[in-house]
Write a protein that binds this ligand. Structure first.
Ligand SMILES: Nc1ncnc2c1ncn2[C@@H]1O[C@H](COP(=O)(O)OP(=O)(O)O)[C@@H](O)[C@H]1O
Ligand SMILES: [Mg+2]
Length: 266
């Protein structure tokens, strides 16, 4: 469904993504893992049109979508969520969902004056759809809660809910589990599996929690230093020497760096 060919994204001289090629099969829940700084979010950002690539190509269902802006990709059913949730904190959960679909009537003065009835009907349909989404995610009780009052995990669920307000085909989830408690992480995992099985969503998921990755994802792609290091089942990945080395290597580098900084501050 998505093919990324030889993708580079450089920031100045720094190669955040350094020639990555990946395939995301239609109907899969593909995992993307790797140490911090591996280039995972940058790769997502390039695929989702937030950044222009330095070079390389992104193809969706045979069509070259390289560098298309996020709204154009949105209309093709390619959506992403953010590592940090982007909610409208003073609006309710239901209102947040109702904000998502593009092209509502009611956006121009003309429509405001002449199409009041149509706007009311459209609002009702949107509210109904939002309530269906909340029901699916088992958070109907939060419909009238201000989004700013949600826990980190509930905000992640709301982000997932936003992808359900349009007909998403492929959704990129960046660190769905970050700061989320175990129970809510399971709820998020269940919602992802159901969206995949019942609604045909394809997912690409960045996550550090290996239990979560192991339960949901096949295949799993491992990135390190801007490159794809390995790909395979979660079980095979966890035994892969190069993968273990990449994690340990970064761990060691971070430790050395932290010690150097501590030394500098002493
Ligand atoms: N806008 C940017 N400008 C400069 N460097 C960036 C930018 N975005 C990311 N980087 C750098 O690129 C590398 C990869 O970052 P990122 O894609 O966020 O990694 P990951 O999501 O795997 O942790 C990091 O070293 C990060 O500091
Ligand atoms: Mg990241």
């Amino acid at each position: 469904m998505i093919s990324v060919h030889g993708l580079h994204k450089h920031f100045g001289g720094f190669r955040a993504v350094d020639g990555a090629s990946i395939e995301i099969a239609k109907g899969s829940i593909t995992g993307l893992i790797g140490p911090n700084g591996a280039g995972k979010s940058t790769l997502f950002n390039v695929i989702a049109g937030v950044y222009q690539p330095t070079s390389g190509k992104v193809v969706m269902d045979g069509e070259d979508i390289t560098g298309l802006p996020p709204h154009a990709l949105f209309h093709k059913g390619l959506l992403r969520t953010f590592q940090i949730a982007h909610e409208f904190s003073s609006m309710t959960v239901r209102e947040n969902l109702m904000m998502v679909p593009g092209g509502q009537v009611g956006e121009t003065l003309w429509n405001t004056w002449f199409n009041r009835r149509r706007i009311r009907e459209e609002d009702r349909a949107l509210a109904k759809k939002a309530d269906d989404v909340l029901d699916f995610l088992t958070i109907s009780h939060l419909a009238d809660e201000k989004a700013g009052n949600l826990s980190g995990g509930q905000k992640k669920l709301l982000e997932l809910g936003r992808t359900m307000m349009v007909d998403a085909k492929i959704v990129f989830l960046d660190e769905v589990g970050a700061g989320v408690n175990r129970t809510l992480l399971n709820t998020i995992g269940d919602a992802i599996v159901r969206l995949n099985k019942e609604r045909g969503y394809t997912f690409c998921v960045i996550e550090h929690d290996m239990d979560f990755i192991g339960r949901l994802c096949d295949p799993v792609i491992v990135m390190a230093e801007g490159k794809v290091l390995a790909e395979g089942s979660a079980a095979s990945i966890m035994q892969n020497e190069a993968v273990i080395e990449a994690y340990l290597g970064t761990g060691l580098k971070n430790k050395v760096k932290a010690e150097a900084e501590a030394g500098a501050n002493a």
